[in-house]
Design a protein around this ligand. Structure first.
Ligand SMILES: [Zn+2]
Ligand SMILES: [Zn+2]
Length: 226
């Protein structure tokens, strides 16, 4: 596992891909075993991973792709080709934020270019003749058709980037919500929580503390010092 201090000191944009998410091995399992209490519903006391034979700390899960149990497992991301867990989720969040910002910036620049073309060519003051020979002032639908026929690649790209921006922003907001409520995607989607109507998230300690926990992941060692 990459040492904790190294994780905290790194700042490369490829961090979610290459940094350890928090792999649990027999030699370091004591570091994670008492970081979180077992809720007795999603995480049972004394559970052992059938694959790596380590004692499973609460909130951990075995990843079949990485072949490791991961501390505070979120999900295995095929996008960054790595697990997202306790130690790299903050970089994953930053990565998502930069991607979303970039998509919005490209959409904004492309839209600004098309608006500039419309304004400079005085298109909105023009008229067009329809198939029946009737003359109409330029409206929004004519304008979109005209732009699509004149700049097909640019208009198509704008539509694609706008769609991408919406998807990325929605996913970023979802991950941010999970961070603020101290939940991982793995826990959010676990069906066992929905079978128990009395389920309560015992890991949330308030929005600010939950966000600090992302920047400074809990281990048994850090928890004992509190
Ligand atoms: Zn395992
Ligand atoms: Zn994985």
């Amino acid at each position: 596992m990459v040492p904790y201090r190294t994780l905290m000191g790194s700042s490369d944009s490829t961090l979610p891909c290459f940094l350890s998410s928090g792999a649990i091995t027999k030699s370091n399992q004591a570091l994670f075993l008492h970081a979180y209490p077992y809720d007795g519903l999603m995480f049972e006391t004394g559970a052992e991973c059938v694959t790596c034979k380590v004692k499973k700390p609460a909130r951990s899960k075995h990843c079949g792709v990485c072949n490791d149990c991961v501390h505070r497992f979120d999900h295995h991301c095929i996008w960054v080709n790595n697990c997202v867990g306790a130690f790299n989720i903050k970089y994953f969040l930053a990565y998502l934020f930069t991607l979303t910002s970039m998509a919005f910036s490209i959409a904004g620049l492309t839209a600004a270019f098309l608006i500039q073309v419309v304004l400079l060519s005085n298109l909105m003051q023009g008229h067009y003749t329809d198939v029946h020979g009737e003359e109409h002032p330029v409206d929004a639908s004519f304008l979109i058709q005209h732009l699509f026929l004149t700049f097909p690649r640019i208009v198509f790209m704008l539509g694609f980037v706008v769609l991408l921006s919406i998807i990325l922003a929605s996913y970023f907001c979802f991950i941010l919500y999970l961070v603020m409520t101290n939940q991982m995607s793995n826990e959010w989607f676990k069906p066992s929580r929905f079978k128990h109507r009395s389920y309560r998230n015992i890991y949330s300690r308030g929005v600010w503390s939950n966000m600090v926990e992302i920047a400074r992941p809990l281990t048994s060692h850090i928890k004992k010092r509190r």
